[in-house]
Design a protein around this ligand. Sequence first.
Ligand code: SAM
Length: 280
Amino acid sequence: MPLYSETLSLPTGAFTILRDLIHERIGLYYEESQRDLLADKLSPRVIALGFGSFLDYYYLLKYDAATDEWQAVMNALSVQETFFWREPDQIRALVDVLIPQFVAKNPGRAIRIWSAACATGEEPLTIAMALQEAGWFARAPISIVGSDASPAAIEKAQRGLYRERSFRSLAPELRERYFKAVSTGWQIVPEIHARVRWKVANVTHEDDIQDLGATPFIFCRNAFIYFSEQSIRKTVDLFWKYQPTIGYLCVGASESLLRITTKYELREIGGAFMYVKGLD
Ligand SMILES: C[S@@+](CC[C@H](N)C(=O)[O-])C[C@H]1O[C@@H](n2cnc3c(N)ncnc32)[C@H](O)[C@@H]1O
């Protein structure tokens, strides 16, 4: 194992075209001040492929049928900071207010909840635990989808094995109830894990999200902080296009859509703020 990994230089010209290509395909936006960060994250790929420069790598991504390489780019750039019971107010509002309302209006109708950009799965599993605690799985046909553009993140979510840092906000009794201690960490119990279907999906790609977006309940939290306004707008417009007539969109506590969209309206529901489509 090398003691350090080599970083190739990323000259301004190559940085600009590579940065713009990444922005167009994934939504992530790197400022000029983040040039070294981008070079650090992608150098191992450039070296592993035997290229001498970022320009060669740019041409591979731009012109070859480089689908696999885009997955590697996504894995390299993905920031998978997440934990159980993170920003729980919107999840409480979902469980205590929105699901009861939906079930009362549409008895027997299947309900799907989508956690887009779920990283290693802590968010959709938190939703599953909260629904289980409130007894909803026994009362309504609810399913949850967890997706992320990084295949490596989704593989980890599928394994369902978590370490200490994922538990910083989870009450100890919930950890006892829903996880089994194993030698390498904590394994989510199968009853909860099986409530979530996992998918690799890029929220800026219409093909990836048209089916997933057809749900009243979308959580897309703490991913837009890495996007440009333009790519947030593109993504939010896609959500709006595919959500049913009435839809709820939860973004992270530090993210605001007020400058981005007038289609969704910010509302306080059950003590939590979320963006709503179609209510008057
Ligand atoms: C900080 S995590 C957020 C995890 C979780 N939603 C939370 O709030 O704890 C951000 C995730 O966004 C994902 N991401 C970034 N760009 C994406 C895109 N275009 N489509 C889908 N996921 C994306 C990253 O791979 C990363 O796993």
